[in-house]
Design a protein around this ligand. Structure first.
Ligand code: SF4
Length: 146
């Protein structure tokens, strides 16, 4: 699949959402569950805003979804003692599977299409989503081919 992704450096950043890689999976399976009321409200608004933000910058650090998470302490995920590194590893594994670099920018629809082509089966994402507490409630995870 050909994807029009470009390096982020130097590109006009207005209207470009910065999203950490694994959240691009989460947003596709979100059905209103989350860590707090604020988290759910924020995530719902971000997903809606993607209609008017056609491009996304893919990152591997706390993002606008983390910004309303009770586990985000000063920009670092502290869900568990090793979460900052574990979540970053999860993001990095996704980038490797998609053959893209940290900080790349792409059209939301192209990025989601790439994800859904490359990560089609449960076996493709076992090392990413396998330990996720939300996977049974994630419509995207549930929809992967067995
Ligand atoms: S648990 Fe960690 S990675 Fe997930 S939204 Fe919260 S701060 Fe971000």
């Amino acid at each position: 699949m050909k994807l029009m992704l470009i390096e982020g450096k130097g590109k006009e950043m207005a209207n470009i959402l910065k999203i950490r890689a694994h959240h691009l999976l989460c947003i596709q399976g979100f059905q209103g569950y989350g860590y707090s009321e604020d988290f759910v409200k924020n995530m719902s608004e971000i997903i809606k805003s993607m209609d008017s933000n056609p491009e996304v910058k893919i990152i591997t650090e706390c993002d606008i979804i983390c910004s309303c998470c009770p586990h985000n302490v000063e920009g670092v995920c502290q869900k568990g003692p090793d979460s900052a590194q574990e979540v970053r590893n999860m993001d990095t594994r996704i980038l490797e599977k998609l053959h893209i670099k940290d900080g790349m920018i792409g059209r939301v629809k192209d990025v989601l299409s790439l994800i859904n082509t490359e990560l089609r089966n449960v076996s493709d994402i076992q090392d990413i989503c396998g330990g996720c507490a939300w996977k049974e409630r994630c419509l995207w995870f549930i929809s992967r081919d067995k």
